[in-house]
Design a binder for this molecule. Structure first.
Ligand SMILES: [Zn+2]
Length: 303
């Protein structure tokens, strides 16, 4: 069997919230089998499951909430947890957002690796995609369809010389999340960031935690971490948004020009159609070979 995984021990860090600009404490805790990923606001004593049912906003990031308490920018941390195959963890923050760190998932990967990963005594469960589910809006479109392992392909197509018609495909059965995806930073356009900050948003946004683009080029003096870093960040976001299905997905995602809002619509449409998926425990397959996800996890451990 492929066991469920949690953290070996609790670990903490602090960082700036992208939207508030305030310093936020973050603590990652181990959690029991079959409890999934949960968040809590330690300042309000409210726990919020990391599940599509609790998504309250998808405009600039993915926000979850309950009883009037919200936590924004959960997607990069969820992406790191999912990418490293963590099934159960409890995340505590003392404010309304997860710190932005460097704008990628790499600091969270580092944190999880420092805490250590512990295998638990029940088999991992996945949401196996059985038929195609698609949502679209004009030229934006995304879908999930059956596939042996977890794959994500994404087409970015902005009216910008660096972001026109760029696509990346990642097959997590063979490619490592840590190496191929986790270091890709979020990005924004200089004129949009100035407008957001005038409106009191993205107050913590800077060249330290985002790729900033002007009309023609990357403003950050250090340049890019991957030649196609912006598309890879879209894949990082997608892995995090899909984690809000509540279980790892065994299937393939295809996205064109989509973001958090459409990813959320897709997860909601998927969960609503109970003929489109089934929950599968990852035990030995009929051929005696472990299911495909083991290759994915092996690749990630080797990253
Ligand atoms: Zn992002």
């Amino acid at each position: 069997m492929i066991p469920q995984r949690t953290l070996d021990h609790a670990i903490r860090c602090s960082g700036i919230g992208l939207h508030s600009g305030k310093k936020i404490q973050l603590v990652l805790h181990p959690a029991d089998v079959d409890t999934g990923i949960t968040f809590s606001r330690s300042d309000l004593n409210i726990t919020i499951p990391a599940h599509a049912d609790y998504v309250t906003d998808t405009r600039l990031c993915s926000t979850i909430g309950k009883d009037g308490a919200n936590i924004s920018t959960v997607e990069h941390l969820l992406s790191a947890l999912s990418g490293l195959g963590i099934d159960n963890a409890h995340i505590e923050v003392n404010g309304a957002e997860v710190p932005i760190m460097d704008g990628s998932a790499a600091p969270f990967v580092f944190l999880i690796q420092c805490a250590g990963i512990r295998e638990q005594d029940k088999p991992k469960k996945v949401l196996r995609i059985l038929k195609r589910v698609e949502v679209s809006d004009g030229d934006k479109r995304c879908s999930l369809h059956p596939s042996s392992g977890f794959k994500v392909s994404y087409l970015l197509d902005y009216d910008h010389p660096l972001l026109k018609n760029r696509s990346v495909n990642i097959d997590f059965s063979h490619q490592a999340y840590t190496r191929e995806v986790s270091r890709a930073r979020t990005f924004g356009f200089l004129h949009e960031i100035e407008a957001l900050q005038k409106a009191g948003l993205a107050l913590g946004g800077s060249l330290e935690n985002a790729i900033v683009l002007d009309q023609y080029r990357v403003v950050n003096e250090s340049g890019l971490r991957y030649e196609d870093e912006c598309v890879r960040h879209k894949i990082l976001d997608t892995v995090g948004d899909l984690a809000l299905a509540g279980l790892s997905i065994a299937g393939a995602f295809e996205g064109e020009r989509t973001g958090h809002q459409m990813n959320h619509c897709l997860v909601t449409a998927l969960l609503a159609d109970t003929s489109a998926w089934r929950i599968e425990e990852l035990t030995l397959s009929a051929s005696g070979k472990e299911a495909n996800i083991s290759e994915q996890e092996l690749a990630q451990q080797q990253a």
